[in-house]
Design a protein around this ligand. Sequence first.
Ligand code: BTN
Length: 244
Amino acid sequence: MNWSEWLDECTSTNDVAKSLAASGAPHGTWVAARRQTEGRGRASREWKSAEGNLHLSVVVRPSHPELWTWVPLSAAVAVARVAEAVTPTLAGSLRIKWPNDLLVGGKKLGGILCEGAGSGRDGYLIVGMGVNVAYAPQVPDRPTVCLSELGSKVGLEPFAESVRWSLLQEIVELERRGPQVVMDSFWRRAWHRQGDAISWSGVDGSGEGLVQGLGPAGELLVRLPDGAEKRLLSEEVSLSRATP
Ligand code: BTN
């Protein structure tokens, strides 16, 4: 049975992928849509996009569930690799803001929404990837950029196929070689450097501290002003001061 498909329109490709996964769709099943009527971002935000951009969700069933927390970072690396390969002007300028925002010159190029269900070997993750391929949507107070304005001529379907392949490859590498490989690829592109002052906000409140690095589960480690260490798990971060 072929579960994967391109749709003209759906609410959210994450919703469609989730219902496929709940019916037993295997690892690697994907859903792409030309338009989403209820696209979602992280922190319950709306994901504004337009036809011509990537809206793709992939069912991931990791064979090592203890590595699940690294999949959102692996996905960011996977998308970054493809965006860089199809856009020569991007070399060295694409940044990943923890955990998986793709930024170019501080403007948002893409984002990833990972949603999970179940646990252990019966569990799965839906990795929903949105990339501004052809259009930079207008979002109040959030500057955006798209690949075509950066000089890329990539078509949407080949881009989607490369992103799917790249994601599955990153997961193979994560499972074969462990998190260090993701950590290195992530950190090379990280928007925040060690020692940068950042602020964060999330369901458990907000705060400020200095970036230390990534922890064993892919969490962002931050040194608080009183010297204690804070582990950020899914908070939204912003830069207050970069290291000189
Ligand atoms: C973010 O940066 O806040 C994450 C955005 C994720 C958007 C993608 S588009 C495909 C998939 N379907 C959704 O509804 N959201 C993700």
